[in-house]
Design a protein around this ligand. Structure first.
Ligand SMILES: Nc1ncnc2c1ncn2[C@@H]1O[C@H](COP(=O)(O)OP(=O)(O)OP(=O)(O)O)[C@@H](O)[C@H]1O
Length: 266
């Protein structure tokens, strides 16, 4: 567990692009230990790219990105930064759990095996112990009774909960969610959001790209609006959603929310 209030993600002027295309144009962003930061923004605004930078999957090409106390991709030795060795990179990555829109479970393994395989293969946890822990994580997401089913025998919401359990099994210090409910049928969304709420209550630090505004309002400590590769507005969700001064956020929200949600966000 990280010390309360400690900065877990500190981005300052982060730049990233693919070839000539600039995707992140100077992102400033922070999340402290135990906080939940929700991120919204139009398609193509760079939200997923920013998450991938946080867990080291994309190189930061400018600015500074400190995650879990490290400058992502580099280690200070003496007075000089050196690119991470594969071992340093792996050590960093295992502290960060990532949950995607698509669950990416191993189709030929049971839920239990999907959850146990990271600890066995990455952490070297003995198989019996890993299975016991995996069962606990499946119980935590309400799926102990489904442990021996394969992904195709589970609903989308259940598969996403297995994916969350799989990430938790690595005992991460930070969890990143990239639109975890947007591939789900509407009636399956709440069961996943409930699990995420539970994690927030337990004090997990989370960055959540989502358009579930009710979730952001209830669970988020921060709401960040991305557009064109920068953070346009950031604030406490209720304030950001209520303040007519935050015009770009509100204009975006009115384009994505259904009428009922729009009414609630007033
Ligand atoms: N591997 C890649 N190669 C080239 N361009 C890419 C690559 N990945 C993303 N991009 C481009 O970078 C921009 C930002 O994409 P990104 O996926 O980060 O946006 P996003 O805000 O998460 O969008 P969405 O909500 O649709 O997922 C887009 O213009 C996208 O086309």
């Amino acid at each position: 567990m990280n010390a309360a209030g400690e900065q877990i993600v500190q981005a300052s002027g982060v730049r990233m692009g693919y070839g000539d295309v600039q995707v992140l144009n100077g992102v400033d962003f922070t999340v402290a230990s135990g906080e939940v930061s929700c991120v919204i923004g139009p398609s193509g605004s760079g939200k997923s790219t920013f998450l991938r930078c946080i867990n080291g999957l994309e190189p930061v090409l400018g600015g500074s990105l400190r995650v879990l106390g490290e400058e992502v991709g580099h280690t200070l030795r003496g007075d000089r930064y050196h690119p991470w060795t594969p071992k340093e990179f792996a050590a960093f990555r295992r502290n960060i759990g990532m949950v995607f829109q698509r669950f990416n479970l191993f189709a030929h393994h049971s839920a239990l095996e999907n959850v146990a395989c990271g600890p066995v293969h990455v952490l070297g946890t003995p198989a019996d112990r890993a299975r016991t822990l995996a069962m606990e994580h499946l119980d935590r997401v309400g799926l102990a009774d489904h442990a021996h089913k394969r992904p195709h025998q589970l609903s989308g919401g259940q598969q996403q909960r297995v994916a969350i359990a799989r990430a938790l099994a690595m005992n991460p210090a930070l969890m990143l969610f990239d639109e975890p409910t947007s591939a789900l049928d509407p009636e399956l969304v709440d069961e996943v959001l409930e699990v995420m709420k539970g994690l927030a209550v337990e004090g997990m630090t989370m960055v959540v790209v989502t358009h579930e505004i009710a979730f952001a309002r209830e669970v988020g400590d921060w709401l960040t609006f991305f557009a064109d590769g920068v953070v346009v507005e950031r604030g406490r969700p209720r304030e950001l959603l209520a303040n007519p001064g935050h015009q770009r956020t509100r204009a975006f929200l009115s384009s994505v929310l259904d009428p009922k949600e729009r009414e609630e966000s007033r």
